[in-house]
Design a protein around this ligand. Structure first.
Ligand SMILES: Cc1cc2nc3c(=O)[nH]c(=O)nc-3n(C[C@H](O)[C@H](O)[C@H](O)COP(=O)(O)OP(=O)(O)OC[C@H]3O[C@@H](n4cnc5c(N)ncnc54)[C@H](O)[C@@H]3O)c2cc1C
Length: 518
């Protein structure tokens, strides 16, 4: 618990109590620690729930910080500590179990925050979801006429083929609206031209939405036909990392161990069991293992290696990565939104977070603004390899180009790279997962959980739910299929659980050339 929290009389600081479980279903669970790989949301959930039942656990974390993709970066600056959330993590779930756990961990520190996010286009903020009068005002008469003419042209002379995202959207909305509101953000997110993204993917994402339904919704409201956007969400006072730091402290208070900077390197397996786990120069003999390791890595760490088919499947799994440039700027907030989408083709930044809007406690000085510029990329590409200082300069140049800030406002900045941020669903990924899963099913004391652990494009609530089910399997003897944990019970805002892949030809990534265990 931070000093600020400790000094806050409203914060209940009683440590959690052990509620011992009698006769856990899995033999040896009370005597030998369950070994958990990764101190992200999934691994920590497993560790916390086991420790709370009086069962021994050791959580191994490769980094010197907990939270995984959902961690909070902290830097000292003018007036105190500045906090940066990589990606902006809203805590929203339909799963009561997860919601209860979030409140149990955070107590009074779990704030309810209003949501605001808009599209930034042509140096103007457009309401999101789009509203008719707002669109008309911001587009202006010339652009509106062009968009309308282009729409009617597409109706008279639609493109014969509809193989690509570009053709599909242009046929329905007109080329002009496609260029204005679909092309640039989509290309930034996926890293290829929209002419290389499949039409079916557009159809799935933009299902039920046409020029007229969008216009109708814009003028007469949504009436629940297009998925509504949540107006508020929960958020820890000091960013998402506070949740994972508190969980870590709770696990330790309950008698468990969380070993930082202790990467798991090898899993020795014989006769369908993990016999030895190598981590941080030590060898552990596990009874049970819960792993949130990316599937690629778990295959790479297995000794002996699984069959060539399984190794090939793991080598084929791909990821989209991203990096955030966090900046502290002199002056007031650049905008009131939590984040804005950048629909400007001339800059590389995809989204900009405004951390004070997430929680005012993230920014200690009222005269400083604190933003995070998100760049989608592939690990190893030119942007990824760019020197940190140059990235800060790039971010400042782009803010100036967008007319949001001036270079002299920069107090300090830094870049954070997030490898394997998005597990990619390419043409063959389902077959690859099937092959890897077939091998994993034969290892009786190893359960995979979490986002990259299951190669699922999920939110943290789903990651945590998979860990809860894995713990049930051990303690209660249930037979939950972790792979089948209900994705529908999880709320996804823009990112639906895409079972379709976006790419016509999946881009080769440099990260694929790396050894499997890295
Ligand atoms: C841009 C972005 C925005 C997001 N927004 C939201 C949101 O608004 N709301 C939401 O709920 N979710 C959001 N998510 C999703 C959320 O971040 C993930 O679902 C969640 O972090 C996954 O948790 P995890 O524990 O499965 O994996 P991770 O967070 O990836 O944690 C895995 C952990 O394992 C560790 N590890 C890896 N290898 C080893 C090793 N060899 N040995 C030991 N440890 C190892 C890693 O260091 C890491 O700490 C977002 C994700 C992104 C990328």
């Amino acid at each position: 618990m931070s000093e600020v929290q400790k000094n806050n009389p409203n914060v209940d600081s009683t440590p959690p109590q052990i509620i011992p479980v009698e006769n856990p279903a899995t033999p040896g669970l009370s005597d030998q620690p369950t070994l958990i790989i990764g101190a992200g949301p999934a691994g920590l959930t497993a560790g916390y729930l086991l420790a709370k039942q009086g069962l021994p656990v050791i959580v191994f974390e490769a980094e010197d910080q907990v939270g995984g993709i959902a961690k909070t970066e902290v830097r000292d600056g003018p007036g105190g500590q500045y906090r940066f959330d990589l990606g902006g993590h809203r805590f929203f779930t339909k799963v009561k179990e997860v919601d209860d756990l979030w409140h149990e961990i955070m107590r009074e520190e779990f704030l309810k925050r209003p949501r605001m996010s808009r599209i930034y286009w042509n140096k103007k903020f457009l309401d999101y979801p789009l509203r008719g009068p707002d669109v008309i005002k911001k587009l202006g008469p010339v652009e509106l006429t062009r968009a309308t003419l282009s729409y009617f042209w597409a109706q008279i002379k639609p493109k014969g083929r509809e193989d690509t995202f570009e053709q599909w959207v242009s046929n329905r909305f007109g080329k002009r609206l496609f260029d204005l509101f679909f092309r640039s953000y989509t290309e930034k997110v996926w890293g290829v031209p929209t002419s290389e993204i499949r039409a079916e993917w557009a159809a799935q994402r933009i299902k039920g939405l046409s020029f007229f339904s969008a216009a109708k919704a814009a003028f007469f409201g949504n009436k629940g036909n297009i998925k509504t956007l949540i107006g508020e969400f929960h958020y820890p006072r000091f960013g998402p990392g506070q949740m994972w730091e508190q969980m870590t402290e709770d696990i330790e208070n309950l008698g468990g161990q969380v070993l930082m900077s202790t990467p798991v390197e090898k899993l020795e397996m014989t006769d369908g069991r993990v016999r030895k786990l190598h981590a941080g120069g030590q060898v552990y003999e596990p009874n049970q293992v819960i792993s949130s390791l990316p599937l690629r890595n778990v295959v790479g760490m297995a000794d002996p290696h699984p069959s060539p088919e399984v190794v090939a499947a793991a080598k084929g799994l791909r990821y989209r990565d991203f990096l955030t440039v966090s900046l502290v700027l002199d002056g007031q907030d650049l905008f009131p939104d939590n984040w804005i989408y950048i629909h400007e083709p001339d800059v590389m930044v995809g989204r900009i977070q405004n951390f004070r809007s997430w929680s005012p406690w993230m920014v200690p000085d009222p005269d400083k603004a604190c933003v995070g510029l998100e760049y989608f990329c592939f690990a190893g590409d030119e942007l990824w390899e760019t020197d940190d200082e140059e990235l800060v300069q790039l971010a400042m140049r782009e803010l100036e180009q967008l007319r949001l800030a001036k270079p002299e406002m920069l107090e300090f900045g830094f870049a954070t790279r997030v490898p394997k941020a998005y597990p990619m669903y390419d043409m063959d990924y389902a077959d690859r997962i099937k092959a890897i899963r077939g091998w994993l099913d034969g290892i009786e004391n190893l359960q995979q959980v979490g986002r990259n652990g299951l190669h699922r494009y999920n939110n943290s609530d789903h990651s945590m739910l998979t860990a809860m089910r894995a713990v049930d399997n051990l303690v209660k003897g249930t037979d939950h299929d972790i792979w089948a944990v209900n994705a529908e019970s999880v709320y996804h805002e823009e990112e639906k659980q895409d079972q379709q892949q976006p790419y016509i030809v999946t881009p080769e990534t440099r990260a694929q050339e790396k050894p499997l265990h890295e």
